[in-house]
Design a protein around this ligand. Sequence first.
Ligand SMILES: [Fe+2]
Ligand SMILES: [Fe+2]
Length: 204
Amino acid sequence: MSAIAAMLAPSREVWVRAALADVDTLLVDHAHCERKAAQTALAMVAKHPTWAALVGPLSRLAREELIHFERVLRELRHRGGRLRALPAAGYAAALQDAARATREPAGGADLRRAQLRDEMLVCALIEARSHERFVRLAAATDDARLAKLYRDLLAAEERHGDLYLGLAREAYEGDVTARLRALAAEEARVIARPGQAVRMHAGG
Ligand SMILES: [Fe+2]
Ligand SMILES: [Fe+2]
């Protein structure tokens, strides 16, 4: 188990059941998650073009996410569904807000290092949560084809989480374990916010 996975609160059984009760919506949301993961990675490349350890790996990550996006689209079509707009759950934005609100007070270079560290840790947690939920869905569904989809994708998401964690460590030039633990606690609160529709990263 990766360092991030060990810190994630397990998804609740009630979420797993609700997600599998509406596979069409779950897949539409999942497709958007893969697309957004590619966009986020490319936005990082645009923002940090001179960071050698980031540019190549995140370009590859973006390509991989688009392959995932197309795989989920095929699965959706196979089931008679199609891509449509879905209101965003606001999960990533809420995580970034939580990171900002809980960041240690600092100025100058220390603040920039802490911001960059948190930016990478938030991405690491999102990827790790995808991995955790794919594992849960693969185990819980009695649809062999759906289970295979999640099993085929989950290892990549774990790797992506570790990649972002490595970038957080490089950015911070120090130990990020305590901060990862604090942000994992925020993530557990954000993902279980009441009153949200069931999504890959919301609703339980
Ligand atoms: Fe992905
Ligand atoms: Fe990913």
